[in-house]
Write a new protein. Structure first.
Length: 235
């Protein structure tokens, strides 16, 4: 029959085996000369998963210089995002203050996708550029209002642009003026002036939304395309 002495022997062997394998209880202090198990990694000069199914075990991977691959998502990141729309197939002139968008009956906000790194993420808009598909520069002056969520006060194209009390909850984060257009071979380009100079934002999802207004009496092109880019610093 096993006695207390046998239990002590077995317990002592288990303890010594754990020590040899480098297995320690939580919060055990380090001691000089402790044994441990070598952790191996696989060299992969181009990062790639070494398991084919989500949930599988997989070894760590390193590059050609031995650096461990990690997905560093805590630091900032700079990127350029774009929003675009095609205005209606007419050449009806805009008056200062008119909405410039894609429809005379059911307009949509301009969507700038993936401005935030994650849902509810934040960052700064640092630059902007407006490109349009005609070379007209006379009175090609526009204001882009930006929101953290889709604005509810969207006027039809060529109607007076409106702003609603309800939009206060959608967080109008600032605006960008495009006042000096330069003609190219088949387009015109304008660099934006930000107000404030760096526009901070906290997104509701990951996108930001905009609506464009004319700042002067502008004669548009038929089905003219507007393509707006934003320089974004993600937190």
């Amino acid at each position: 029959m096993s006695g207390i002495g046998d239990t002590e022997v077995v317990g002592g062997l288990a303890y010594r085996l754990c020590k040899l394998l480098g297995l320690y209880q939580e919060d055990v202090a380090h001691a000089s000369g402790d044994y441990g198990i070598q952790l191996l990694a696989v060299r992969k000069d181009s990062a790639a998963a070494l398991a084919g199914t989500d949930g599988d075990y997989i070894p760590l991977i390193v590059d050609a210089t031995g650096h461990l691959y990690v997905n560093a998502t805590s630091g900032g990141r700079t990127l350029v995002v774009a929003g675009t729309f095609t205005r209606p197939a007419d050449t009806t002139a805009y008056a200062a203050g008119d909405a410039v968008n894609d429809s005379t009956s059911a307009p949509a906000a301009i969507t700038f996708a993936s401005c935030a790194r994650a849902t509810g993420g934040s960052g700064y808009i640092t630059s902007a550029q407006l490109n349009k598909s005609t070379v007209t520069t006379t009175n090609a002056q526009f204001r882009l209002r930006l929101y953290a969520n889709t604005p509810s006060s969207l006027a039809n194209d060529n109607a007076a642009s409106t702003r609603a009390w309800a939009d206060r909850a959608l967080r109008c984060i600032g605006y960008i003026d495009f006042t000096t257009a330069t003609a190219g071979a088949d387009c015109a380009i304008s660099t934006g002036t930000l107000n404030p100079l760096m526009i901070p934002f906290v997104a509701v999802g990951t996108s930001l939304y905009g609506k464009l207004e004319a700042l002067a009496a502008y004669a548009p092109g038929n089905a003219e395309v507007f393509y707006i880019t934003l320089g974004v610093e993600q937190n």
